[in-house]
Write a protein that binds this ligand. Structure first.
Ligand SMILES: [Fe+2]
Length: 380
């Protein structure tokens, strides 16, 4: 076995109602907490509840709820200014992947006094304030990962998604409370769940995998697969939510230590060019990428199919069926058509390769093959 490191938050608290332990957990890490969330989380009263719990535990706490659908650098700058002004020594991220990723970027900017864009890539972050993460979706796994993906404006109104990876971004603690998943609309729950499923699949076939990430990835698939269709139909009960949260957590632990691969590499430019939410982008691309990759790692994909509860091969069919059961929006909803892809495809393929993720795929793809995969996945 090749020597690899394996990083996780030192403290995880799981289970219904554990959000109430926020003050107790935070008091072990810092004294002055900035709570980073989005307007939706604030409107549900959760941001205010977090501030109240922190204050009740004797911390100084303030809320920043300016993180919208994507973790834009402008919002990250605003949150950084607020955190600096209050002398924050702890950043609490509360929400979906965007809020958690923004919280991580704010923690880096405050501690390093440089714009987050300076740290794009791997292992360039010099320091970050401690982060306490509380996910309200079962998807990104950001609460346990060493990654953040932030969005900055590109040329001609385009977006650019920057991947930043560093051990400093692994949260100091995470609270995983399935009760917080209850408010997610079915479409959002399905997209988040497909993101988690993609993390597990990609970690399991990545060339950075290790035995412990293999175990976590397969376990994650077993937790997620039976529950995803119910979540997509809006029928998830408390037990389903617990399983989805556990699956997303294990998938996050796996890919943070084994990397993602071609699907995530391709999903970022798709999100940037067409504003496709991250989970949807993964779900639209996953079946085609598995079809492309399967010949290079048949046994691996057979194990994935079995974890999905299906026959061993081909796995591409099993993966396509679970994605279909998630009822994701069609590519046309985002204005994706053959003409647009012909125009943007080569640049998207270039950007996908630039991120470094595709190099971990079991079958390496050329720019031309990536452009063809975009067409196969997105244009019928
Ligand atoms: Fe993801």
């Amino acid at each position: 076995m090749a020597a690899r490191n394996f990083l996780l938050p030192p403290r995880l608290r799981l289970g219904a109602g554990c959000f109430q332990a926020l003050g107790e957990e935070a008091a072990q890490i810092g004294r002055r907490a900035l709570v980073v969330s989005g307007p939706h989380t604030a409107a549900l009263g959760r941001t205010g509840a977090a501030v109240d719990l922190l204050r009740a535990a004797g911390l100084v706490a303030q809320a920043f709820s300016g993180v919208d659908k994507e973790p834009w650098v402008q919002a990250i700058d605003e949150g950084t200014a607020l955190g600096r002004a209050m002398g924050a020594d702890l950043i609490v991220g509360l929400g979906g992947g965007s809020a958690l990723d923004a919280a991580k970027a704010i923690a880096v900017q405050i501690a390093s006094s440089a714009p987050i864009a300076a740290f794009e890539g791997h292992d360039k972050v010099p320091a970050a304030l401690p982060i306490l993460a509380i996910p309200t979706t079962a998807g990104t796994g950001s609460e346990v990962t060493r990654f953040t993906v932030v969005t900055r404006p590109g040329e001609q109104g385009a977006q650019v998604k920057m991947l930043i990876g560093s051990p400093h971004l692994v949260p100091r603690a995470a609270l995983l409370d399935p009760e917080l998943l209850r408010s997610a609309p079915p479409a959002a729950a399905a997209a988040a769940g497909v993101d988690a499923l993609t993390h597990a699949v990609e970690a399991f076939v990545s060339d950075m995998r290790q035995p412990i990430t293999d175990d976590l990835a397969l376990s994650a698939i077993r937790h997620l697969a039976p529950r995803l269709p119910r979540a997509a139909r809006g029928e998830a009960g408390p037990e389903d939510l617990e399983e989805l949260m556990l699956g997303a957590l294990e998938a996050g632990m796996a890919f943070s230590n084994a990397s993602v691969a071609l699907v995530h590499g391709m999903a970022r430019p798709l999100g940037a060019c067409f504003d496709v939410p991250h989970g949807v982008a993964n779900g639209l691309l996953l079946p085609a990428v598995v079809r492309f990759s399967e010949p290079a790692a048949e046994e691996r994909y057979a194990a994935i199919a079995r974890a999905l509860g299906e026959e061993a091969s081909p796995a591409a069919g099993a993966v396509a069926r679970i994605c279909a059961a998630c009822a994701l929006p069609a590519p046309a909803v985002y204005g994706i058509d053959g003409e647009q892809l012909a125009r943007l495809g080569p640049q998207m393929a270039h950007d996908a390769l630039q991120s470094g993720s595709p190099q971990h795929n079991p079958r390496l793809a050329s720019p031309e093959e990536i452009a063809a995969l975009y067409r196969e996945a997105l244009v019928t």
